[in-house]
Write a protein that binds this ligand. Sequence first.
Ligand code: F6R
Length: 615
Amino acid sequence: MCGIVGYVGGQSALDVVIAGLRRLEYRGYDSAGVAVLADGGLAAAKKAGKLVNLEKELVERPLPAGVTGIGHTRWATHGAPTDANAHPHLDNAGRVAVVHNGIIENFAALRAELAGRGHDLGSETDTEVVSHLLAEAFSSSGDLAESMRQVCRRLEGAFTLVAVHADEPDVVVGARRNSPLVVGVGQGESFLASDVAAFIAHTRSAIELGQDQVVELRRDGVTVTDFAGDPAEVRSYHIDWDASAAEKGGYDYFMLKEIAEQPKAVADTLLGRIDAQGALTMDELRIPQSVLREADKVVIVACGTAFHAGLIAKYAIEHWTRLPCEVELASEFRYRDPILDRRTLVIAISQSGETMDTLMALRHAREQGAKVLAVCNTNGSTIPRESDAVLYTHAGPEVAVASTKAFLTQLVACYLLALYLGQRRGTKWGDEIRAVIKDLSQIAGEVERVLETMEPVRALARSLADKGTVLFLGRHVGYPVALEGALKLKELAYMHAEGFAAGELKHGPIALIEEDLPVVVVVPSPRGRSVLHDKIVSNIQEIRARGARTIVIAEEGDEAVVPYADHLIRIPATPTLLQPLVATVPLQVFACELATARGNEVDQPRNLAKSVTVE
Ligand code: F6R
């Protein structure tokens, strides 16, 4: 939820930390702060609002130069986004500074205990207790890493903590439990961050930190232990994208860049998974074939946009494998005591790999004996690490808070998985699989074509900037696309937007239709399941007769919709199940343009953070 950076090396710590925070601002942007060790002491600055407020503060009141520092960009959980509640938090003597991501659940008890010992806690945050506990522990151990271990053993909840102490000016210490933290290893410098994007400009060499581990960072290397102090095994990896992937690259917003990158993201996600004969090769999955063959049910868990990908995957999985497939919001999953056993295959979909609701759902599933396969975009993140197998999407870093290219690649990965299940279970013949793969291989080009024709969609969006409500309708796989279109509009344009299954209209939502209300309708192909198409044409007529302004997304050559479309958005013809890959794109463009026209911050919508690491 929050973004954290730590640095020790030969450069100005402040410069490295601020540049890192800029790349992590997508994680939280309601306040920011830094601390540097210099001249035998510790200096800190923090400010409510975006990072730019902190930068202004640093110009007006510069901090002394130092080569060891930490920083934080916040998405508030405990306490409003004020200067006082911003991180870092210091102890009363101002010798320790701590930044934190997550929630410390037993903070009230710890706070009372510290107050009883005479500590003066000035903020409303749970984090502040850690700086005070660390100061106490350091006064007896004289060792920040050891103090961190002692403190972590007392904490309950999910946390990433990064701290510095004025008496150890060449050391940064980090700890993690259920919250992300990665180490960057450079030449004579070391980094800690919530996401590799923070240090990718300096090094592409990274170390994954495991659960309940403490890392001591020095210029010449890092030491990792568990909370008890025993040495921990570390896994190093090379980051296979470079700094430019996390830059806007000439676009006004990351979201625009990420929408434009979708053809490549789709193609990259297919890469290496199709052999020269056009058949599927999924050896990377490393899941026993018996698990795939013997599964009697698939359960997909995910949140938000990833959940919509799961809803679409259900159609493909059930159609191609004849396995029953349930899709469940990860946040609801474990609370309804789902029926799971060793024959249940759970698919956890997550761009970030850190979404706490999804993580908790997969842990619950594994505890019940189910096998969990992650579909994830972030190498080495917690969800794939805790799953039995992983299929990575290759969207590259997604920085804009609203998910776009990750969604399309999640769809591609789910189609591949569904086909692979069909292959392994013998419900699909090789030539049938090859035919779908051929269609999938052409999709990147079709997405490109959609992107080339978006100017009328942008103009339409601008013309609707003063509307209060937009509805979205779809049938079959077009229904989750409608949900996704509505979600994009809510989070970016802050408009009332609802997605409905078109067949549900007459069971209630049709009462919402009034004169000139914009209704976007995702029309299935008239080829293939033509019954779906005919039904939705009737739905369009029903809403238009009641005054709706119809915005119809239909494939090229579908003439039946023309008389009923006030605005017609054409998409290339695709097989029915694959249509979401092209039909979603205009909805992303529509939401992005509407948000811009309404003067909203496209990449950083209010109240949201990219990575939701709390439940
Ligand atoms: C919407 C959006 C969110 C995420 C959701 C899950 O545009 O981005 O709804 O899809 O928070 O995030 P991940 O995929 O990281 O688990």
